[in-house]
Design a protein around this ligand. Structure first.
Ligand code: PLP
Length: 636
């Protein structure tokens, strides 16, 4: 576990158990030993064929753990409650979850349910997000905030006003100055008294990748001048009392509490100024930014590390707001945060399989065959070979490498001219590989092919180079014998993972069992951790690979320590085809008619009826590699 630093980035939810498998502590530090969940058992339960008592789901697989989600939510809440109590802060914390981090219905519903006891709400940034937030919050606390951010048109604002009519505690946050005119106009038309917030463009700048939206030139929010104009307009319309919330967001993954306190302090000054100007201010909404320490270094020195935990974050926020408000004798506001990454990252684990792990230059033939073909080389090349072996016998390794290189180059030239056979070229490649291995110079990094699409499941790795902990979920009680990079299923050279946390360019990995694992039944499962935020929401369908299967796993005190309460296969080939406007039903009919026309009963024993049923299954199955046993195009 120390090799993969699991104890650093995984605490308090992930560790290695005595069987060498990843173990999940669903309730964090409060988890009792018998409540721990062996991740390998979950994967087996989900993926084993139905006949073997499993659910028969195809990998890749997302294992969702609502208990972890609940623990994250409660930990955030108690961190703020502790900071509020210990600092004598005279109001409360009331968070919202930004649904863009993961809009999955069950994730959002769980958050609303788990957070109902402490008025936890939702944040939306578009019309469909608002619709889902409205419907989910009907089951939440009546005080829970529904924060409406993002670019807004007439329809968005009308919808937010309707939400207020439905007694949902909705706040329309102005992100563009023009939005205030629409809000004033539409609220009169719909006879709704809105609650309005403004998003301030702070001068405090977060310099990391995720901070590009912050600072004076940031994409979002109102400048000081614009805020003053908005206040004036609201005053003129007799609606200044509607302005009740100040919002800002300096970017995700805020690296340090120093930067955080700086931003919160600046925002608190604006808040106090709005109070002075006559707005009925109630809430300071500090946006997102509560970070995850993906590499466990706690350094705060890169985009994937933050130097604080939940407690330090909450303490810094409460202190910064209190300090400013006390100096201005302003009543302490309700503190709202829009933490997304910090709430949903841990609860979901992406499991995928390595399906082959060949060495870069594995010799294509054994030593005897190499010898046979090398001895048959044309005279001049054979003379080169003899010089090479003489140097090897003398133990002159540098000369050896030089001759090996020369030999290889000359063979390639002759192959291009057509005077060397492919077996001879392969034999010389094999020979050079053997020489490097003997000298201890062979490239030890292998390419493991994984049954996954990086574009679909880890889009931030491809798009912005974000790193996530990736670890085998079993065989962790033995020392990995090799190192590898991961290459995905897509026909795209960017579809590979060759950077890992800790700055490594390869990952310690085990040999696959059997002849390459996948077809032989020996399985090698890897997990990508801390990816519950953004990755599912951003993933695309490059090469038409759709999303993974999903299981929802709850801790349970039955015979196993867990129960699978929901199992959903990933999108089928038909589903992903539909995304690009294809019509799978028509496609199937076309192919079926073609089979009737061209395939006859006695052709290869494959009747068109069974061919059609095989085709039907191809449409129905997921696009990922299927184990040989579930292969579809058979004539049964
Ligand atoms: N709120 C707003 C306005 C955002 O733009 C974002 C994301 O960048 C968030 C909240 C969530 O941020 P995080 O995931 O860092 O908590």
């Amino acid at each position: 576990s120390s090799l993969y630093k699991i104890d650093l980035w995984g605490a308090p939810y992930f560790s290695v158990n005595s069987s060498g498998n990843i173990s999940v502590k669903p309730f964090g530090p409060a988890t009792l030993p018998h409540q721990e969940i062996d991740l390998l058992k979950v994967v087996k339960k989900a993926s084993d064929p139905k006949s073997a008592g499993g659910l028969g789901l195809q990998l890749p697989l997302i294992v969702r753990l609502p208990d972890v989600l609940k623990n994250r939510l409660e930990s955030l809440q108690s961190a703020f409650e502790f900071a509020i109590q210990s600092q004598g802060y005279e109001s409360h914390y009331q968070g919202v979850y930004p649904v863009k981090c993961n809009q999955d219905r069950f994730v959002v519903e769980d958050i609303v349910e788990f957070g109902a006891g402490f008025r936890f709400g939702l944040e939306a940034g578009s019309k469909p997000e608002l619709l889902l937030a409205m419907s989910c919050l009907c089951k939440g606390s009546t005080e829970a905030l529904l924060v409406c951010n993002g670019f807004k048109d007439v329809e968005y604002i009308s919808l937010a006003l309707v939400a207020r009519k439905l007694a949902l505690n909705t706040v329309i946050v102005l992100e563009q100055e023009e939005e205030v005119d629409l809000v004033i106009d539409l609220s009169k038309k719909l006879s709704v008294r809105p609650v309005i917030g403004v998003r301030a463009k702070l001068r405090t700048k977060h310099s990391g990748h995720f901070g590009s939206t912050s600072g004076e030139k940031g994409k979002f929010g109102l400048t000081t001048t614009q805020i003053l104009r908005v206040v004036k307009k609201l005053q003129q319309s007799g609606m200044l009392d509607c302005l009740q919330l100040l919002h800002f967001h300096i970017g995700s993954q805020i690296p340090t509490t120093t930067l955080l306190a700086d931003g919160v302090g600046e925002a608190a000054q604006i808040y106090c100024e709005l109070v002075r100007l006559g707005a009925s201010m109630e809430v300071i909404d500090i946006g997102g930014g509560l970070g995850i320490d993906y590499d466990g270094s706690k350094s705060g020195k890169s985009d994937i590390s933050v130097s604080y935990g939940l407690e330090e974050y909450a303490a810094a926020v409460v202190q910064a707001v209190r300090f400013v408000c006390d100096r201005k004798s302003v009543k302490h506001p309700v503190i709202c945060s829009e933490s997304g990454r910090a709430i949903v990252s841990h609860h979901s684990i992406l499991i995928f399989e390595a399906v082959s792990g060949g060495a870069y230059n594995a010799p294509a033939m054994n030593t005897l065959s190499i010898q046979y073909f090398v001895e048959g080389l044309p005279e001049d090349l054979f003379a080169d070979y003899q010089k090479l072996s003489a140097a090897a016998i003398r133990g002159e390794y540098d000369t050896c490498l030089l001759y090996a290189d020369q030999l290889k180059q000359r063979c390639v030239e002759q192959f291009k001219e057509g005077s060397l056979g492919i077996e001879q070229l392969a034999a010389v490649d094999g020979l050079c590989e053997l020489v490097s291995k003997e000298i201890g110079l062979s490239d030890p990094i292998r390419t493991y092919h994984v049954n996954l699409s990086v574009f679909t499941s880890i889009p931030d790795f491809w798009g912005i180079g974000q790193l996530f902990p990736i670890v085998p979920i079993h065989r962790l009680d033995q020392r990995p014998s090799t190192r590898g990079i991961l290459s995905d299923l897509t026909c795209d050279s960017d579809g590979k993972i060759n950077k890992f946390i800790g700055g490594e360019s390869s990952l310690p990995l085990d040999e696959l069992e059997g002849d390459g694992g996948f077809s032989s039944g020996g399985r090698y499962y890897l997990g990508m951790f801390l990816g519950g935020a953004y990755e599912e929401a951003l993933g695309g369908v490059h090469n038409l690979f759709g999303g993974p299967s999903v299981v929802r796993v709850l801790q349970s005190d039955g015979p196993h320590s867990f129960a699978v309460t929901r199992a959903v296969p990933g999108p089928s080939c038909s589903d992903v085809l539909r995304v690009m406007q294809h019509e799978p039903e028509l496609m199937f009919q076309t192919l079926k008619h073609r089979a009737e026309e061209f395939v006859h009963e006695d052709d290869d024993g494959m009747a068109h009826i069974s061919l059609a049923s095989g085709l039907a299954r191809s449409f129905h199955n997921m696009p990922y590699l299927a184990a040989a046993s579930s292969c579809c195009l058979t004539a049964d």
